[in-house]
Design a protein around this ligand. Structure first.
Ligand code: F6R
Length: 259
């Protein structure tokens, strides 16, 4: 697991560069996208690369991590709406190439199975952008999630609903359930790029990078993946025991790559 610890204002550009490098190599590539606040700056940085002519995502396919169950598709906070607004429109992607799990499906299990099949059919995800919950969730794989899980219905924790209440009028309006890619699904991506900022994420980052692999902290499953990059700011890194070592490793990296 690579940890890149940076001042907050550098996180987005570095994460975006990693994502763009993977997509250029896989051209047109398959991108895994997350919602929430953490990746917004990464999308903005990608948008700048596209405007500068350094990146073209018009033929890139994308799959979102999750969606609320039962939320109207045109609700501004449905993840379908957020992905359309923040990803498809800003990054000049083809809406027909971008999928979000169907939280309105009559048969949710079937919708989940079809989502897994669609990812497989696209050849799998080349690079997956991730945020992390303060409770260690990735996607909406809340604590207790099977580390082998596939896309399925999950019950959101009270803490997650409270954290996401900022996007709604009231916590009571936040849906109780979601469809989410499983941890097993996420671990199938070729490269995982997780972005986190702020002290509220510090314990989750410590558990993800240094804790035992455990369903109690679902992001700890990332330790099982051979190609994970955590791009975090100093506050989110503040609970790490090995922070100095990660900083030194990143500082010395060019020397190794230039050999
Ligand atoms: C969103 C998602 C979640 C968020 C996490 C952090 O698609 O999968 O895991 O990444 O809840 O959210 P923010 O970035 O808003 O703190």
């Amino acid at each position: 697991m690579e940890l890149i610890i940076l001042p907050s204002h550098d996180v987005d550009a570095v994460a975006a560069r990693l994502v763009a490098d993977d997509l250029r190599a896989a051209s047109p590539g398959v991108l895994g996208v997350a919602t929430g606040s953490s990746p917004l700056g990464v999308y903005a940085a990608l948008e700048r690369m596209i405007a500068a002519g350094d990146l073209d995502l018009s033929r890139t396919r994308a799959f979102a991590l999750d969606e609320y169950v039962g939320i109207p598709i045109d609700h501004p906070e449905s993840y379908a709406a957020v992905i359309r607004r923040e990803v498809v429109e800003r990054l000049g992607m083809n809406p027909a190439f971008v999928r979000v799990p169907d939280g309105r499906a009559d048969d949710l299990e079937l919708a989940c199975a079809e989502y897994e099949a669609a990812i497989r059919h696209a050849g799998g995800i080349d690079v997956q952008i991730l945020g992390i919950g303060a409770n260690g969730h990735i996607g909406f794989n809340e604590p207790s999630s099977s580390l082998a899980s596939r896309t399925r219905v999950k019950t959101l924790t009270r803490a997650t609903r409270e954290a996401n209440a900022r996007f709604f009028d009231d916590v009571a309006d936040v849906p109780t359930h979601c469809l989410t890619q499983g941890i097993g699904t996420i671990l199938d991506a070729q490269h995982l790029v997780l972005v986190a900022r702020g002290e509220a994420k510090a314990e989750a980052i410590r558990q993800a990078a240094e804790g035992p692999v455990s369903a109690r902290w679902p992001a700890s499953a990332l330790q099982l993946h051979p190609n994970v990059t955590l791009v975090v700011d100093d506050d989110a890194a503040s609970h790490l025991e090995l922070g100095d070592y990660y900083r030194e490793t990143y500082r010395l990296k060019p020397a190794v790559e230039d050999r």
